[in-house]
Design a protein around this ligand. Structure first.
Ligand SMILES: [Zn+2]
Length: 389
């Protein structure tokens, strides 16, 4: 029998897991601490969750970083939260989130739509527009997920899987960067988040697409490492791709001019994982290339092509429920392939790959349990192959 198929597409996941959130919106200094009232449309009993925030409804640095970020609270996100709060006061329309995607709802949505569209149109260039788009997505997700999602595992609190996760130390010669599209931020079935949950934020670092503070941290690290120590895991046939053995092992390289990548010293190998839908990933990869050009004068970021055949994946338990392009699987594949090379065999990368795989299993179980509780069938055909990614 096949393992249960996860069919929590983004729409389904949010439809059944993001019940309408009603934010109490008093923001005056003399108002009591806010409660976030949840009237659930699911079968879960209604709950009332005390929201831990700065007391005025704004987002604190601590709250921001508890979601997994390492950056300071982005100025653009802060500004949008402030603008939304100001609009709420001005229009006396309550900010509320709910429905599919946990989006803004009601009268406030109408007002906010008008305002943010006008702001967007008035922006002078595409870079500013991208930054505004990203920041607004993130601000809405932050406010809409407060008190509802666990800040560590991004699952609804009743589904929190944190106690089942086993942390693991990633070999210091490897660092992952989760370059994440804002629409994937705080998504329950995202798998990129598993990497920092298992390895910690210094070994697997979140970088949000279009957020200047995040991108600066990532690119500062790339500048220190140098162009030859940065790769992207993105199976795009239009990109320059290199295989793991050809890049990291002199013995199996067919290239006579090959220079092996040294793994000694303090030069860490940086791997960018594009964490977004297929169509969003193309835009993210293009942005990486543009930034590479501005930093190094040429836009070459080699893409690692993983050998997803049986030989490289032989250690992995068969799990048809997620496909091998999911973000965490790409990391598992890379670590497994590196481990097969003599130069890397001493670093325990196989165990580190297994730790991510175990985390994937835990996530799969948590999502399956949720679906069952919501009364959703788990035996549907795998029509949402990319549901977990
Ligand atoms: Zn949790």
């Amino acid at each position: 029998m096949l393992a249960p198929t996860i069919t929590t597409s983004r729409a389904l996941a949010f439809k059944f897991s993001l019940p309408s959130l009603v934010l109490s919106t008093k923001t005056r200094m003399d108002s009591p601490p806010r409660n976030l009232l949840m009237s659930s449309v699911s079968r879960s009993p209604p709950r009332e969750v005390l929201v831990e925030d700065t007391g005025d409804g704004f987002v604190s640095l601590q709250e921001w970083q508890r979601w997994g970020s390492v950056s300071p609270l982005p100025a653009t996100v802060k500004q949008i939260v402030e603008d939304m709060k100001a609009l709420e006061r001005k229009t006396d329309a309550q900010m509320s989130f709910g429905g599919i995607g946990g989006k803004l709802q009601g009268d406030f949505k109408v007002q906010e739509d008008k305002k943010h569209r006008a702001t967007y149109e008035a922006l002078g260039n595409s870079e500013k527009k991208l930054q505004f788009f990203s920041a607004r997505q993130i601000a809405c997700r932050l406010l809409g997920s407060r008190g509802y999602l666990c800040q560590k595992c991004w699952l609804a609190m009743e589904d929190c899987m944190c106690s089942k996760l086993k942390p693991c130390t990633l070999w210091h010669g490897v660092r992952f960067w989760l370059y994440m599209h804002p629409k994937d931020f705080l998504r329950q079935n995202n798998t990129g988040k598993l990497l920092w949950q298992v390895f910690g934020v210094q070994s697997a670092t979140l970088c949000l697409f279009g957020i200047a503070e995040d991108e600066k941290i990532m690119w500062d690290a790339f500048k220190r490492a140098g162009q030859s120590k940065v790769w992207c895991l993105y199976p795009n046939k239009n990109a320059v791709t290199v295989s793991v053995p050809d890049t990291f092992s002199p013995e199996s390289s067919a290239n006579l001019e090959y220079t092996p990548v040294m793994t000694d010293g303090d030069k860490t190998l940086n791997f960018v994982l594009l964490d977004g839908t297929w169509s969003n990933s193309a835009a993210m990869f293009n942005r990486l290339k543009e930034q590479a050009k501005s930093v190094w004068g040429d836009e070459d970021i080699p893409c690692i092509s993983l050998n997803m055949g049986a030989s490289a994946m032989h250690k992995l338990r068969p799990q048809p429920s997620w496909d091998r392009t999911c973000t965490a699987s790409a990391a598992i594949g890379l670590l497994s392939e590196l481990h097969l090379l003599p130069e890397f065999s001493a670093y325990g990368l196989d165990e580190q790959a297994e730790a991510v795989e175990d985390a994937l299993v835990v996530l799969l179980e948590a999502l399956t349990t949720r679906r069952l509780r919501m009364g959703r069938s788990i035996s549907r055909k795998a029509r949402h192959n990319r549901d977990i990614c």
